[in-house]
Design a protein around this ligand. Structure first.
Ligand SMILES: [Zn+2]
Length: 169
């Protein structure tokens, strides 16, 4: 077997195998050797260019410049959590809490109905009762933190009036 480099009339080059040179001659003469590109039967042996020859028609090795790998798009950094919107306190009130709240309200209502409102005189009135100057009775009023502290120090028992969450003052 022999391999020939061939070229057609349109200058397409290709290679073909033949049993021997005589076979090649016969096949070309009978138009059996055709260009694989254009189908032309007018082919002849191409002048073999030394593959490494200088100035020859050596095929240029086309170096496909390797594309610099495109850096993968950086995954966008997760958006910074924006400061949460102002929240107002909310609660889901359980049945138990509802009951407690009702009891607080009842206690409060009871106190208010059955006690004398003494307002800012509360510390004074409480003291007078405590020291036996006046009869014990239920009173309610206001006491500053300082008053409350000294009343406690004097051993005067009192309780903060329960406040309900929905009351503003
Ligand atoms: Zn051709």
């Amino acid at each position: 077997m022999i391999r020939y480099a061939l070229i057609c009339e349109a200058s397409h080059t290709f290679e073909s195998w033949f049993a021997d040179s005589a076979t090649y001659d016969k096949q070309v003469a009978r138009g059996l050797v055709t260009c694989p590109v254009c189908g032309s039967a007018k082919v002849e042996k191409a002048i073999m260019a030394p593959s490494l020859g200088r100035g020859g028609k050596a095929r240029d090795v086309i170096e496909t410049p390797s594309k610099p790998e495109e850096s993968e798009p950086k995954p966008e950094s997760p958006p910074k959590p924006e400061s949460p919107p102002q929240k107002s306190p909310v609660a889901i009130i359980s049945e138990q809490e509802r009951e407690l709240r009702t009891k607080l309200k009842q206690l409060r209502d009871h106190l208010i109905q059955n006690a004398d409102y003494v307002g800012g005189k509360f510390p004074e009135e409480a003291r007078r009762m405590h020291y036996g100057e006046i009869e014990h009775r239920s009173i309610y009023g206001e006491a500053s933190p300082d008053d409350a502290k000294s009343l406690h120090e004097e051993g005067i028992e009192f309780h903060p009036l329960p406040r309900l969450p929905d009351e503003r003052n």
